[in-house]
Design a protein around this ligand. Structure first.
Ligand code: PHE
Length: 357
């Protein structure tokens, strides 16, 4: 009996898992296990022998069962410990890794501009970057041999030999969206149209692709005074200053009459731009009253409707506000530049939350 005890207790101690333990249980105390077989032998014994051997066998059975139960519990504990070690999680870590991407200044400024004009009742319109000659020029009162066509340094799309249709162009300004928007909704209308434009030009302040935002407001009696107020309001909000001063300089665009270029009073002390004070003037946009021929081309009756339009450079607005010196770097995709000048994805510009955060 001591041999049995020895054999099974050490087997239990060495059992590696629950399956091994179950096999030991069956072999030792199962119905046909060794202890049960020994119990059967009791019948052949004398009553005296039975009295001493019986209780001992029962005690052995109990001892083995107790050892099995203890080992089973120990194996379960070990398995749980192992799982806890494997599934360990540091709940004090930040919930999300810091986002590595940034919002490009052009995107950020476009959002800022859209937020300001949305507050003034302008919605956002769009048009294609590959534009027909007609929308980009003719409809804007720039007929085929008008000298203004040369001034734009236009990119023309490839045309198959023998195809005599007017070529498509990469739009040279956002003004064609004026036509598209008026065709779509007619008058009255108040829209801005931000987007990419293209001209064959490249230096520190010019890239072949850049961004403009167009503005258009057409109603019964809109005048230059409304234009002036809207632009002042825009500049105050955009540059985040209480006071701005604009200067309207007579100019010429085929699609507006009269036309004006608009300068903003500023100072450049120590290379630092201050808006609203100083003796410098900085040109920020072109504008004017929409030419009757442009209204007509877009299906709007110039005897009943009138209004203003303006166009400004988004990239330039970004350079001015955020002190970015070279336009070309905007489009180099240099990660160091993007991390330095870029904006966090959660810095959404709103008028109530602050435009630049
Ligand atoms: N389209 C003009 C440009 O690109 C800007 C402009 C827009 C001027 C609307 C007047 C009115 O230079």
């Amino acid at each position: 009996m001591d041999d049995l005890r020895q054999k099974y207790l050490s087997a239990i101690a060495e059992a590696a898992d629950e399956d091994a333990l179950e096999a030991i249980r069956v072999a030792a105390v199962g119905k046909k296990g060794e202890v049960a077989l020994k119990m059967r032998e009791l019948g052949k014994m004398t009553p005296d022998e039975r009295k001493t051997v019986g209780p001992k066998l029962n005690a052995l059975k109990d001892e083995i069962n107790a050892a099995l139960a203890a080992k089973k519990a120990a194996l379960a504990d070990a398995a749980l410990d192992e799982r806890l070690r494997g599934e360990w999680l540091d709940v004090t870590l930040p919930a999300r890794p810091r986002p590595r991407g940034t919002v490009h200044p052009v995107s950020q400024v476009t959002e800022e501009v859209a937020a300001i004009f949305a507050d003034l009742g302008f919605s956002v319109a769009e048009g294609p970057q590959i534009e027909t000659d007609w929308y980009n020029f003719d409809a804007l009162n720039i007929p085929p041999h008008h000298p203004a066509r040369q001034e734009f340094d236009t990119f023309y799309m490839h045309r198959e030999a023998g195809d005599n249709r007017a070529p498509h162009v990469l739009r040279t300004h956002t003004s064609p969206v004026q036509i598209r928007a008026m065709e779509k909704t007619g008058a009255p209308i108040r829209v801005i149209a931000p987007g990419r434009v293209y001209r064959s030009d490249y230096d520190q302040t010019h890239t072949p692709m850049f961004h403009q935002v167009e503005g258009l407001a057409i109603d019964r009696d809109i005048s230059m005074a409304n234009l002036k107020w809207v632009l002042e309001e825009f500049c105050r909000a955009y540059f985040e200053v209480d006071h701005v001063e604009l200067r309207f300089r007579a100019s010429h665009f085929p699609f507006t009459e009269p036309s004006a270029e608009v300068d903003l009073r500023c100072s450049w002390e120590g290379g630092q731009l201050k808006v609203g004070e100083g003796d410098d003037w900085m040109e920020i946009l072109g504008s004017g009253m929409v030419h009757p021929r442009v209204l007509k081309a877009a299906g709007v009756d110039p005897d009943r409707w009138q209004g203003f339009a303006f166009g400004m450079g988004v990239d330039r607005l970004a350079m001015l506000k955020y002190g970015i010196p070279d336009l070309r770097a905007f489009f180099d995709s240099d990660l160091r530049w993007l991390r330095h000048y870029g904006f966090g994805a959660l810095q959404v510009p709103t008028l109530h939350g602050g435009l630049s955060g």
